[in-house]
Design a protein around this ligand. Structure first.
Ligand SMILES: Cc1cc2nc3c(=O)[nH]c(=O)nc-3n(C[C@H](O)[C@H](O)[C@H](O)COP(=O)(O)OP(=O)(O)OC[C@H]3O[C@@H](n4cnc5c(N)ncnc54)[C@H](O)[C@@H]3O)c2cc1C
Length: 450
């Protein structure tokens, strides 16, 4: 029988959080995954989730609250985000954190260096393990039928209400209570990326292979409104030629500066790495170098992928020299200009005022700036990488999809990267994976109530 309570399109963090939440409410579920394996971008991710007010924070003497999280999210989103969605996330995230802990997800460590956070609130996890755990518990319930290698092509809508889905082989599946689109973003769809973010058309893309915008197009076809399409951004800090490491490196958040091929700084290095992504894409050859000294290098953290300087050094990705002249020569930067840039920056640190870019802290509003003076010196070549698109279907606080006339599209929910409106103009570390789990769970609990 091709009918269940809830149909879920996509097996990433949003899809499996929805599936597990639904079966825990005694709902029958179909989850369709177009690839042979679930996981999507979620499993590839850095495993950072933004939660506020948790026991892990208290254990680390970090005072945080949903209200402070709200303020930070709105600030980093430049007030372009939908305050209702942000409020919903902030009010729900603690219970979702607890739900994850209760099912057996273990978070550690609390990461201190993250974009857009007034206090440390990145809870680290092995993201592939987290998705696998939700998947195995959902399937174990016998309430969830999982179909992999099954690509959903379209939604079945009757009198404006979504009743089911059709796969690429023409099979129809029906849902009594609702269809949840959890199909991720469209970073791996070059045509869509070029249309919505031409500045990133030539950028490096690292994302799940299924991130081709299928769900966004399905909702769009039914008249769904779209949000945040103008704010697609790459993440700063990807080595331009290394193909082994998919992750970025954020030495700037430990006090490094970023200089372009002309040896000049071009941005306040403490802002969101998404805004740094935009900045580097407007530099010559879309490239910059994160410049640091031994003291900054020593603050790397091998437990956190984006701060694991030692591993990148072992992989031969750093340019290292006893003098700034040496690293300038290896990076083909004018030596005098690089020396002048570093000396000027050190004067700013000493005087407490960055006269060029107004940098005041290492990251966001925390961490004091440090001089770059203790040899050897290091340069990490960096460009921007598109990890995700973070924009798309407009939803309300119960994850229902809203059309261009401000009306709910009956029977249709969406969660995770396929949705827009939550991030606004920029992005806080941990908020995309967090949003996937939080809104995946909200969508399922809402659909189950019907
Ligand atoms: C390298 C990398 C690092 C990142 N690090 C972080 C981080 O540390 N913190 C953070 O907050 N965010 C991070 N992100 C972003 C974050 O991981 C994603 O935004 C989030 O995980 C998306 O979850 P999702 O469930 O919505 O989508 P996905 O995890 O992409 O899952 C979508 C699933 O739907 C499937 N699918 C697509 N179309 C169909 C279809 N038509 N039919 C059936 N199935 C379909 C896909 O194959 C995929 O399995 C990172 C992303 C990447 C790539």
């Amino acid at each position: 029988m091709n009918k269940v309570d809830i149909i879920i399109i996509g097996g990433g963090a949003a899809g499996w959080a929805a599936a597990l939440s639904a079966v825990q409410e005694n709902q029958s579920v179909f989850l369709f995954e177009k690839l042979s394996e679930s996981g999507g971008s979620s499993a590839k991710s850095g495993g950072c989730l933004a939660f506020a007010g948790t026991q892990l924070q208290r254990d680390n003497n970090v005072e945080d609250s949903p209200d402070l999280l709200y303020r930070d999210l709105i600030e980093i989103g430049k007030q372009e985000n939908d305050p209702v969605l942000v409020r919903t996330y902030c009010d729900t995230q603690l219970s979702v954190y607890q739900w994850l802990v209760d099912i057996g997800v273990r978070f550690s460590p609390l990461m201190e260096t993250a974009s857009g956070q007034s206090v440390p609130r990145v809870h680290s996890v092995d993201p592939a393990d987290m998705v696998r755990l939700m998947q195995s518990l959902a399937i174990k319930s016998n309430q969830c039928t999982y179909k992999n290698e099954c690509q959903i092509k379209s939604l079945i809508s009757e009198n404006g209400v979504v009743k089911g889905v059709t796969d690429t082989n023409g099979n129809n599946y029906y849902a009594n209570k609702g269809v949840i689109i959890a199909s991720g973003g469209f970073a791996k769809n070059p045509e869509m990326l070029r249309r919505f973010a031409p500045q990133y058309a030539e950028a490096i893309v690292v994302a799940g292979d299924g991130s081709t915008g299928d769900g966004l197009k399905m909702g769009w076809k039914l008249g769904a409104d779209l949000r945040d399409m103008a704010y697609i951004k790459g993440t700063f800090g990807k080595h331009p030629t290394d193909e082994h490491s998919e992750h970025s490196l954020q030495a700037v958040y430990k006090g490094a500066i970023a200089v372009n091929q002309n040896g000049k700084r071009f941005v306040n290095e403490s802002i969101s790495y998404k805004l740094l992504g935009d900045a580097v894409m407007s530099q010559p050859w879309n490239v910059a170098y994160q410049i640091m000294d031994q003291a900054i290098f020593d603050t790397g953290d091998d437990r956190v992928r984006i701060l694991d300087f030692g591993r990148r050094l072992e992989e031969g990705l750093f340019i290292v020299g006893d003098t700034l002249d040496e690293i300038a020569a290896m990076a083909e930067i004018d030596q005098q200009t690089l020396n002048d840039t570093v000396n000027r920056y050190n004067e700013y640190v000493e005087s407490g005022e960055d006269l060029e870019f107004g940098r005041t802290n290492m990251v966001h509003r925390h961490g004091s700036l440090v001089k770059i003076e203790k040899p050897p010196f290091y340069a990490y070549p960096s460009t921007a990488v598109v990890f995700g698109t973070y924009c798309g279907l407009r939803i309300d606080d119960t994850a229902r999809v809203i059309n261009v006339d401000d009306e709910v599209i009956g029977g249709l929910y969406a969660a995770g990267e396929v949705t827009g409106g939550f991030h606004g103009a920029a992005y806080m570390t941990g908020s995309a994976l967090g949003k996937a789990v939080v809104f995946g769970r909200i969508a399922a609990l809402e659909a189950a109530k019907k």
